[in-house]
Design a protein around this ligand. Structure first.
Ligand code: SAH
Length: 595
């Protein structure tokens, strides 16, 4: 078998047959802009639509012997072997490449299974001998090679153009390409990233002066890149805290940033594999530290951007929902600097969802109000208690409200709201540390006091809160409440996550970002599978997120031995091979607090 990639745009192809299998082939050919003729008496509706749209020529009749001349490729996918054979003989006799679906003997070419990521095509084939294996392999590759590879390849193509424009020797060119590849691809974990403009310039700068024709084009001075223009600030929402609720675009912006300016609430959603060289600045409140005032944050964003850097301003939930993202955007606009907004999943929707509370529900809640409870306590408040209290078909979601809760409840009751209205507080929604109480409006402050719930938390008031009784899906899962540290590259992550755990997946050595993530919330378990992992993790053991109760699940005797030598607490022994569900069973047998 000799693999080739065919340029089919404008080329005539014949498909005999109009069922599901034929339809998939037709779709593939149409996507390549081939000129497709379909011959079949009966066809599935998708084929008719393509014909109606003028994308293919459809001839609704049986195949006639001798057709096929004039085409570059012929496909047969009918359920009649006689017809298929006829098509094969006609085409192959006329020297035309032919493929009969599911009949390797009647094929002069086979179609590989393809994973496409932009211009990157990964094709796998078995020469028609074991299509089932190929299908499974393709699914595996699809998971390994994510959409970010397309972007990476595009950036690589741009880099190639730049390098070619330099007019350097082929040896230097290859050295630059090596540098590019080694810096952006981690062969162990298959993680890739697009290099920042800074890095790219750095690669090009690395060339000897004699090698470059236009050596005055780009100069890096003290962190500022001249010739690179102003940078870009992306105001990125981190989502409510659970790492999986960060958007794809947000992830990509982080991975290609020069600097990340983050809030405490966003910390747990930082990618652990954020490249080592990224400047990480925490501007949120943390124990013993005052938050950086808003004016200083604005000034910092402006300064970093003026240095030509790609900056991510990483904010909890959505940047424009009670996050002062609007003010930051205004400051950037006033300074005439480019910025963009990458929305995030706001806690006011995701927190209730994780507590089994739909914020709207047919015939029950047809409106949602987001309120900052800070406002409640102010004199001359802008909050219209009268309107909120008189609106039984709505959900009221209050942010930043733990201190103001009693005032808020009294104000609503005084304005005539039914004291029996279902009400809830959700603390640290969507994270492994989530806790919630469900009550009635009038009893809510006392219920919250008894459970000693703390910020960050949301207050949810409205009829749909009662669904929490039947829809509280989170706490039912066997690993609810567990935050598990796992090394990247194992196959267990998915099973643990489906079982309800929050999985922190990291590579070794731990990056600065991974350390921030580890400290953001308490861990409950660590899974280690080698001596090296134990040794590397011992350096962070006992840190803020790694309390004495953390269980270490050792896979394999080596890791257990090492953990015991290091004096780790609660070393457990997990006799497992590869299957994630076995690990889940081990972990679930040791259930921890579930609220
Ligand atoms: N921009 C954010 C809100 C910032 S205001 C968003 O869109 O979600 C901070 C308040 O958000 C907190 O006081 C709390 O009320 C709420 N909050 C943020 N994350 C939360 C979480 N995981 N669980 C519960 N409340 C949360």
């Amino acid at each position: 078998m000799f693999p080739v990639m065919l340029q089919l745009a404008g080329q005539s192809c014949l498909v005999v047959g109009g069922g599901g299998v034929a339809y998939r082939k037709i779709q593939g050919l149409v996507a390549e802009n081939a000129k497709v003729t379909v011959v079949a008496p009966d066809v599935v509706p998708g084929v008719v639509t393509l014909a109606d749209d003028g994308r293919i020529v459809l001839e609704r009749r049986p195949y006639a012997a001798g057709e096929g001349a004039g085409y570059v490729l012929v496909f047969a996918a009918t359920d009649d072997r006689g017809v298929n054979r006829q098509v094969f003989e006609d085409a192959s006799g006329a020297g035309i490449w032919v493929n009969v679906a599911d009949d390797p003997e009647l094929c002069t070419f086979h179609l590989p299974s393809v994973v496409r990521r932009g211009d990157l095509h990964l094709a796998v084939a078995s020469g028609g001998t074991a299509p089932f294996a190929i299908r499974r392999l393709r699914r595996m590759l699809e998971r390994w090679i994510g959409p970010e590879w397309g972007e990476w390849l595009e950036a690589a193509a741009r880099f190639r153009e730049k390098v070619r424009g330099l007019g350097v020797s082929s040896v230097s060119r290859e050295a630059l390409f090596d540098k590019y590849f080694e810096t952006t691809v981690d062969p162990e974990t298959r993680q890739i990233r697009v290099p920042t403009p800074h890095e790219e310039l750095g690669f090009l700068e690395g060339l000897g002066d004699g090698e470059r024709e236009d050596s005055n084009e780009v100069i890096i001075t003290g962190g500022r890149v001249e010739g690179a223009g102003p940078g870009m600030v992306s105001l990125v929402g981190s989502g409510p805290g659970n790492p999986g609720l960060l958007t794809l675009r947000g992830y990509r912006r982080l991975m290609s940033a020069d600097a990340v300016v983050y809030d405490r609430l966003a910390a747990s959603a930082l990618p652990c594999d954020l490249p080592e060289g990224v400047e990480l600045r925490c501007v949120g409140k943390s124990a013993g530290r005052h938050p950086v005032p808003q004016e200083e944050i604005n000034a910092m964003l402006i300064r970093l951007s003026e240095q030509g850097k790609r900056v991510v301003r990483f904010k909890g939930g959505d940047p424009f929902v009670f996050g002062r993202g609007g003010e930051e955007a205004e400051a950037l606009a006033a300074a005439d600097l480019p910025f963009e907004v990458v929305p995030g999943v706001t806690a006011g929707i995701a927190g209730p969802a994780w507590a089994g509370i739909p914020v709207t529900h047919r015939r029950e809640a047809v409106r949602v109000t987001f309120l900052t409870a800070h406002e409640c306590e102010k004199d001359g408040t802008q909050v219209r208690w009268d309107l909120l209290a008189q609106d039984p078909s709505s959900t009221l979601v209050a942010y930043m409200g733990m201190k103001a809760l009693p005032v808020m409840v009294n104000s609503l009751l005084a304005a005539g709201m039914d004291p029996e209205t279902p009400a809830a507080v959700v603390e640290r929604g969507t994270t492994s540390a989530q806790r919630s109480v469900i009550s009635t409006l009038s009893d809510l402050p006392e219920a919250v006091r008894q459970e000693a719930l703390d910020p960050p938390a949301l207050i949810v008031i409205g009829p749909t809160v009662r669904h929490s009784n039947s829809l509280n899906w989170v706490v039912r899962r066997p690993l609810a409440g567990r935050r598990i540290l796992l090394m990247r590259g194992t196959s267990w992550e998915e099973a643990l996550e489906y079982a309800g755990a929050e999985v922190v997946e990291s590579s070794l050595p731990l990056t600065p970002a991974a350390r921030v993530v580890l400290e953001a919330l308490p861990l409950t378990d660590v899974v280690v599978a080698s001596r090296e992992e134990v040794e590397a993790l011992d350096l962070v053991r006992g840190g803020v997120g790694w309390g004495p109760d953390v269980r270490a699940w050792c896979v394999g005797p080596e890791s257990r031995k090492r953990a015991l030598e290091f004096g780790w607490n609660r070393v457990e022994w997990a006799e497992i091979e590869v299957a994630g569900h076995e690990l889940v069973e081990h972990l679930a047998a040791e259930s921890v607090r579930v609220d």
